[in-house]
Design a protein around this ligand. Structure first.
Ligand code: AMP
Length: 350
């Protein structure tokens, strides 16, 4: 195994390419954007669209296995590439994770709890759905939402018109507002032979729908810990998944766990594994995709991972001077509000 192909050029691809390099594996990044964060640390890059069959063919022929760093790569692209090389996660897994209605249907059919939800295609659907599962809810676009984008909160029927307008006619899903105690996530990896390895759940703090901080370990009891890992195992098993997946969950007051979202890729809430474990989520994913044995996901230290968003990056001189702060920068030029520019991980040393 010498080259892994990665669809997508963002920070996740960048950290995957760096983890691959540690294993002596080259990365070939495929991304429509020039000069992407991932391309700048990779052996090779192709700048082309996800529908460019000629470029996709040449890309496939130049690598040994293919993965994605971003879940909105068209499933058709993954399906086309899979005719030439192994592609993980599969087009089927991408398709499920790309559409919140397919995702929630899959989860519920797999016996996994979610917030109550209804598919919404019209304002009448929304009115009826809020009546059934309200009074409070979150309306989200079915597709292409991330970091809280494409979402509108409803505190009651008065919010229906504005929330529906926010969707700009895109097919949507209404979810009941989950009164969670905390948000946690499990980063799980599954190998082709069915072996599953899970990292310890982290506890996640968001603001404006964007992840600010992950604290590991999550403050959950043993039964919740076991259940969180069991849910992640059930998901990767049902999908016959290969690679790393992020499973975001709401931990409710009564001890139940509801799955909010599955992300078929390495995940922001798993960045702490670079410093907190011998084998990071990035290396684990490369191992799974390249057919290498999975590594030990044991956490050797407690950790806090803080995202550097927009002008948080102005604190860089202070962060660089801070003992024990592991600073990661993604090489993005413009610190626009809401843009993830980097992160910093601090191990908790007693
Ligand atoms: P998402 O894009 O679905 O991951 O949502 C981003 C964030 O919005 C989540 O991490 C939660 O903090 C919040 N959120 C999303 N859906 C719900 C829900 N049904 N109930 C309560 N909070 C939610």
């Amino acid at each position: 195994m010498t080259t892994i192909g990665i669809l997508g050029g963002g920070q996740l691809g960048r950290m995957l390419a760096m983890a691959a390099a540690r294993l002596g594996i080259d990365a070939h990044i495929y991304c429509p954007d020039e000069n992407s964060p991932a391309a700048r640390v990779a052996a090779r890059a192709t700048v082309a669209g996800y529908d460019d069959r000629e470029a996709l063919t040449a890309f496939a022929d130049s690598v040994d296995a293919i993965t994605t760093e971003f879940e909105n790569v068209p499933a058709e692209t993954a399906r086309f590439l899979a005719t030439r090389r192994p592609v993980h996660p599969s087009a089927d897994a991408l398709e499920i994770a790309q559409d919140r209605v397919l995702e929630k249907t899959f989860l519920n059919e797999t016996g996994i709890g979610t917030a109550p939800w209804r598919s919404v295609d019209s304002i009448d659907d929304l009115t009826a759905s809020l009546d059934e599962i309200g009074p409070r809810g979150v309306l989200k676009t079915r597709r292409l939402g991330y970091d809280g984008k494409g979402q509108a909160r409803l505190n009651g029927p008065d919010d229906i018109a504005a929330a529906f307008a926010d969707m700009a006619d895109a097919p949507a899903i209404l979810e009941g507002l989950a009164a969670f105690e905390r948000e946690i996530s499990v980063i799980a990896a599954r190998a082709e032979d069915g072996t599953v390895r899970c990292y310890d759940p982290g506890e996640n703090r968001h603001s404006d729908g964007i992840l600010r901080e992950t604290v590991v370990p999550a403050d959950i009891d043993g039964a919740t810990y076991d259940e969180a890992l069991a849910i992640a195992e059930r998901i990767v098993g049902a999908l016959e998944y290969v690679g790393v997946i992020g499973v975001e969950m709401f931990a409710m007051q009564d001890g139940t766990l509801l799955v909010n979202e599955i992300a078929p890729r390495v995940h922001n809430t798993g960045h702490w594994t670079i410093e907190g474990c011998a084998i990071s989520q990035f290396e684990q994913h490369v191992r799974a995709v390249c057919g290498l044995p999975l590594g030990d996901p044991a956490r050797h230290s407690d950790a806090v991972m803080e995202n550097l968003i927009g002008n948080d990056i102005d604190a860089l001189p202070t962060l660089l001077a801070e003992a024990g702060a592991a600073v990661h920068l993604y090489g993005k030029g413009d610190a626009r509000p809401g843009r993830k520019m980097g992160h910093v991980t601090r191990l908790v040393v007693e």
